[in-house]
Design a protein. Sequence first.
Length: 324
Amino acid sequence: MGELLYFAETTLLWMVAVFFLTGILIRSLFFVVNIFRSRSISRRSVLNRLVTLFGVFAPFHRAVLKKPGYTAIRYLFHVCLFILPIWFSGHVSLWEESRFEWYWTPLPDDWADRMTLAILAACAFFLARRIVLKNRHDTGFSDFLLILITALPFLTGYFLTHGTLNSIPFFDTYLWYMHVISGEIMLVMIVFLFYRTRLRKETCVGCAACVENCPTETLEFYDKDALRLFRYSQYQCICCGSCVNVCPENAATLSHAIGIRHFFRMLSKDVIRNVDLAMCERCGVAIAPKLQTAKLGSILTANDVEMALLNHCNRCKPRKIRTG
Ligand code: SF4
Ligand code: SF4
């Protein structure tokens, strides 16, 4: 047992650090390449491409307008999550004492404390939100696990620095190892953490506005016979939120997805939604998704529906309706 713990705090720690840096480098390369190779973006100026690139990290995202409180908490959480492990004085000391003897100015301890508490409070908030909105967000076991794995290194780190559990027999010996191992698990998890865009079948009408506004062509659709199929690839998604912002039905959602299988399917595209197409009553070509025409029909009066000849394609409509 002692040897295993020693392995976890020495060799394994270095192995995980190298794995994490390599994984993040690969993921970052995909991220940048996808922004610059996308055909829809390459038609734009270099400035526009850079705006897309850095816009992902900006706090003034359009999603702010939809959920300002939630977006602010998420932003603060991610900033603390990035800064704290790098600039925490205990971690800086470890680097200084290592063979590299690297040193950089650490955060004051009271700042580190506040950031740790902010991360833990945010985790508690995400957990409560998941429980309360379980059905709306299609919450699964992995969502809870994700929050737990994220919170554990910070919780154990806080107890370690304050000696909170020192008087409890098990924790006085093993809390340090719990901190190291939970940190290692979190680093590995980050490499396998992807985004997942969903088009919720309960409300999505298949209009494809999300596809038109996806800057990296991660989302795409094609019509096959009487079906419209939406495809999505997780490796290309930059989590910009454009699909969520433009969806008129609030049907597009964006969340984290964790799993080794995503890493090995980085180059594939999966069908994530299909909708039936309405066919022209006269010539039989596809007109639009049935759900979309039904929605339009529910807004218009019966007379207008008949007048607009919704079940005819544009070519089969009389000229005066087509142009009017
Ligand atoms: S924009 Fe919304 S309603 Fe339209 S296809 Fe995308 S998710 Fe569905
Ligand atoms: S978040 Fe939506 S719009 Fe942005 S890249 Fe991903 S799928 Fe495309």
